[in-house]
Design a protein around this ligand. Structure first.
Ligand SMILES: Nc1ncnc2c1ncn2[C@@H]1O[C@H](COP(=O)(O)OP(=O)(O)OP(=O)(O)O)[C@@H](O)[C@H]1O
Length: 268
């Protein structure tokens, strides 16, 4: 099966923040990266996107990805995007086509940009300046920019963090739909465990730069994982749509019920 494979990936800024990370992400599926603040999720996406030079391998269809493969195939939306240029929404979304475009904007580039804006519901903002938009509107623009590229691999870092409830659902539904219909590899960083259960086909939980566990979200997102990784007592309510009810944050330095993690639990 064609897939994106991360094999033994490690990365250090001053200190090592990713240690020997391995997992697979498949086309037509959403892989969700979970983990507490500072666990290394954004760094991992940046390594996959080729923005940071790391140890280990990222392969697609068994072949190590080089710079050109990444430029061609990956649509990446970082957690924060600062843009100072006085660009309109349409111009910003069109920038997603930059690798396909020659000096002239072709009809197909405009069609791809409009389709992408339509998918995220921002066609009415096309002529507005990006600097004049709200945080949530801007987030939608950058998702549209990544979609306009028509990527084979879509990397979205906390894509719903600034969105209202309706837009959170709309974006996640839309991402699921294009992931399935266009058979792309989608990797999302999320903090919302409920959405991870609902929209993730697979989940990778990072803790302190290591893979704590990975697999089917319904098996991985357990009360024990939430306690050990997030330091939160929670109830996982099973049902047609399982959800997580956080109850109490627990100080992991205390030895309440042996909370200090010595050997992480690994789920294949
Ligand atoms: N440019 C940088 N230079 C040095 N250290 C960094 C840099 N960026 C991130 N770090 C550190 O690397 C670790 C992982 O950061 P990263 O942003 O990948 O975490 P994260 O899991 O995405 O966190 P969050 O959920 O808060 O966004 C953190 O300890 C962070 O302080």
């Amino acid at each position: 099966m064609v897939s994106l494979e991360v094999i033994g990936l490690s990365f250090s800024y001053d200190e090592e923040v990713l240690k020997n990370i391995s997992f697979e992400a498949h086309p037509g599926e959403i892989t969700v990266i979970l983990g507490p603040n500072g666990a290394g999720k954004s760094t991992l996406l940046r390594c996959i996107a080729g923005m940071l030079k790391c140890k280990g391998k990222v392969t697609f269809n068994g072949k190590p990805m080089d710079h050109e493969d990444r430029v061609k195939m990956i649509g990446y939306v970082p957690q924060e995007y600062s843009i100072r240029a006085p660009l309109t929404v349409l111009e910003t979304v069109l920038l997603g086509r930059i690798t396909q475009m020659s000096w002239r904007v072709k009809r197909e580039d405009l069609v791809a940009a409009f389709n992408a804006m339509k998918k995220v519901g921002i066609e009415n903002l096309a002529k507005r300046y990006i600097g004049e938009l709200s945080g949530g509107q801007r987030q939608l623009v950058f998702i549209a920019q990544a979609l306009a590229k028509e990527p084979r691999i879509l990397l979205l870092d906390e894509p719903i963090s600034n969105l209202d409830l309706k837009n959170k659902l709309k974006v996640l539904e839309m991402v699921r739909q294009i992931t399935r219909e266009e058979n792309i590899v989608t990797i999302l960083v999320l903090h919302e465990l409920d959405f991870a259960i609902r929209y993730g086909d697979r989940v990778v939980v990072l803790n302190k730069g290591e893979v704590y566990c990975r697999g089917n979200p319904r098996k991985v997102i357990t009360e024990e994982m939430i306690l050990r990784v997030y330091g939160v007592r929670a109830k996982v309510i099973h049902g047609e749509i399982p959800h997580v009810l956080p109850l109490k944050s627990v100080d992991q330095e205390s030895d309440e019920r042996g909370l200090i993690i010595e050997s992480p639990l690994r789920v294949p």
